[in-house]
Design a binder for this molecule. Structure first.
Ligand SMILES: [Ca+2]
Length: 456
């Protein structure tokens, strides 16, 4: 399973000297920029470099070819808000309360959000002098004071909710949902294109200082609308029971998703081109990932939506299809191009960026690990267990082993030879099953203790 790791290490050896020299020079000269592009509901098999034969994604494929393509990277949750909370704080989202076991609701949680004392990547980097921007879907709070400007971002443009219409930017409750910092500022344009324009402008404006650009795209979340699909929602109407867009053939959503994926790919290309135009690409780490797996089906009618490749399950589930996500880390000239099968996790991003920005390890909390030794030297990541909880579902990962439970029965898979989770070995490996279950219980007690103050 680890052949890539060692191959990666060997190929890096020849340029280690250059990297070290760079680090020395770099630390004198300044700090790297970070661009974190997060697709929404993008399945493991939705882009070309991860096996899609339906969607054309030349720019994402080029990014992958020039960087490290993670074949075993995992979102911290199988839905939007949970992963975003973990990714931005570097901690398991369950530490902030059970509200983050699932997507936060525009009906139930309108006056709540990610706790203000949670330290985000933006806050960590802002203390290092970074300019910070969030252009996209927040979904960690629906309105002030729960928007990105309260979590370390200098500027926020985009959606507070989880699924605005891609054209009129109306959320599923019928509210206008297009913000500029803490005020609604409606703008016309296709969501993906607007976010791209903001990103390209931000790069230009901040080209002379270190920046953290967070681009949490709405694509490819529903409403399933490509750039040429019609608007769906009107202000003042509720779309809780009719939220997916205008789909003439619900049995085949794929053409709409294809248009969304290809628009997303164009956005990645334009952001990378802006970095190249301003000669920032060799001083910028670009991360591309997804917040959870794709939907294959939705409700009774919608079929043929996303692809999770060979993986079982889909968004909302703790089978691999719900949380193994296409992830790429690129830094031309600094990171050796290579795929890796090392196991990464949403919580790894904060420690990685913090360390690269020169933050002392005792200055931030994290449940993740710094990916730098893997990215720059091809070293294996430390052995660890990873844990998931989504309401009654739970999962544990340790090496190749994956425990899955839906609250009623428990399954055990060896992902090295059964990535599709088809053959449970729970009966053959009772001791291992018990060990993983016990570890999960210890983990849950730990995160629940952290969450106590938020559950009152
Ligand atoms: Ca999502």
């Amino acid at each position: 399973m680890h052949r890539n790791r060692y191959g990666h290490a060997l190929s890096l050896a020849s340029c280690l000297f250059a990297v070290c020299l760079f680090c020395t020079e770099h630390c004198r000269a300044g700090k790297p920029n970070f661009v974190l592009i997060v697709a929404d509901d993008l399945g493991y098999g939705d882009v070309g470099c991860f096996g899609s034969t339906v969607n054309q994604t030349p720019h994402i494929d080029t990014l992958a070819a020039a960087g490290v393509r993670f074949t075993d990277f995992h979102s911290a949750g199988p839905m939007c808000s949970p992963t975003r909370a973990a990714m931005l704080t570097g901690q398991y989202q369950q530490r902030f309360g059970r509200m983050f076991d699932t997507a936060i609701s525009g009906v139930l949680h309108r006056d709540r959000g990610l706790p203000h004392e949670a330290m985000t990547i933006a806050e960590v980097l802002k203390e290092q002098g970074y300019a910070t921007a969030c252009f996209g879907k927040w979904h960690l709070g629906y309105q002030p004071p729960w928007l990105p400007t309260s979590q370390g971002f200098d500027v926020f443009r985009g959606l507070g909710s989880g699924d605005g219409d891609f054209h009129p930017h109306i959320d599923r409750s019928g509210n206008e949902d297009w913000w500029h910092n803490n005020k609604i500022k409606m703008e016309s344009g296709y969501t993906t294109d607007l976010l791209t324009k903001f990103s390209v402008d931000f790069i230009k404006e901040h080209r002379d200082q270190p920046f953290f650009l967070y681009v949490p795209h709405l694509a490819i979340h529903f409403p399933w609308q490509g750039p040429k699909d019609p608007p769906h929602r009107e202000k003042g109407k509720s779309y809780h029971d009719d939220k997916w867009g205008i789909i003439p053939n619900p049995g085949n959503v794929s053409p709409h998703v294809k248009a969304m994926v290809e628009s997303l790919d164009k956005s990645v290309g334009e952001i990378v081109a802006a970095l190249q135009k301003w000669k920032l690409n060799r001083n910028t780490l670009v991360i591309f990932t997804s917040d959870n797996g794709g939907y294959l089906t939705y409700g009774k009618n919608f079929r043929n939506i996303s692809s999770n490749g060979p993986l079982r399950g889909q968004k909302t589930q703790l089978y691999e299809g719900g949380h193994r996500v296409p992830t790429i880390v690129s830094w031309p000239g600094r990171i050796d191009p290579s795929p890796t099968d090392e196991t990464g996790h949403s919580t790894d991003l904060l420690p990685t960026l913090a360390v690269l920005a020169g933050v002392a390890r005792d200055k931030f909390k994290t449940d993740g690990v710094d990916l730098s030794p893997l990215l720059f030297r091809g070293e294996a990541l430390p052995n660890r267990m990873l844990f998931w909880r989504a309401r009654s579902q739970r999962a544990v990962r340790s090496g190749p082993w994956k425990l899955y439970s839906n609250g009623k029965h428990t399954e055990l898979y060896n992902l090295d030879n059964d990535v599709g989770e088809q053959h449970s070995l729970a009966d053959q490996e009772p001791d291992l099953l018990q060990r993983l279950s016990a570890a999960w219980a210890i983990w849950e007690a730990d995160v629940n203790k952290s969450a106590e103050k938020y559950e009152k």
